[in-house]
Write a protein that binds this ligand. Sequence first.
Ligand code: CU
Length: 294
Amino acid sequence: MGILNKLLGIPPVGSEHGHLLDHMLEIVHWFMLFLGLGWGIFIAYALFRFRRKNHPKASYSGVTGNASSHIEIGVIVTEVILLLGFAFPLWATRVDEFPDPDVRVNAFAEQFKWSFQYPGADEKFGMTNRFLMSSANPIGIDPEDPNGLDDIVVPELFLPKGKKVEIAVTAKDVIHNLALVRMRIAQDADPGKVSRMWFVPSAIGDSEIICGQLCGAAHGNMKSLLHVVDQKSFEGWAKDAPKFKDSPFGAEAAKKLGLAPAAATLPVAPAPAETPAPAGAPAATPAPAEAEVK
Ligand SMILES: [Cu+2]
């Protein structure tokens, strides 16, 4: 890592493309330091050189000569090189082509937490519907879609090292931003819109997930954890993680679809209240809502 990045406390890189971004960050910071120092020295010089004692009367003709134009052209050329030579190509590697991912995750943002949906062993996401969202079914998995029964919904992100990861990001309420600082990538989470991002985690370890858009009073607490593990641990985690059908809400759905797991594997939960819902209303949720999936 460059000297300036280290000095500024940039956390270590954890993704394959991350060093390219750090490289650009280092160059931009050197350029900013050079500009800041240059302007600072110039202002100090001007304050002294044109002090009132020696120049009681202002000069209305001002500076003559081309030095300032040359400096300005130099700054513009440097900025164009930064933009066209570094920023655009780097951006293109993230957004031009999305490779076939090894791992797909859907991320749902809400005030003030994250939910991550994995497709489970069938590698198919269950359909989600915002009218089905509740505390027992936080991302609104459609209980009539059998693809959703083995889906995993968790508040923290688990990813395998060295695999192509694609995350589809959306929001339930206001605009958020899934910021994976150590992965050197972030994507806006907009309500009613799905935005994708892809990267390859390159270092095993835990790092913070933060919300990168000021989204309300507890925005600063909208944190979670990203766990990058080896492929074997990832598979083990996916096998053991609670599935949608293991949650009280999902178990009801599985029963209706005739796919109920053995009673012994079901978590002990009180029977859902049998309140007749008006036609077109969201599906009734079990009460009390003691969902395993939060
Ligand atoms: Cu947020």
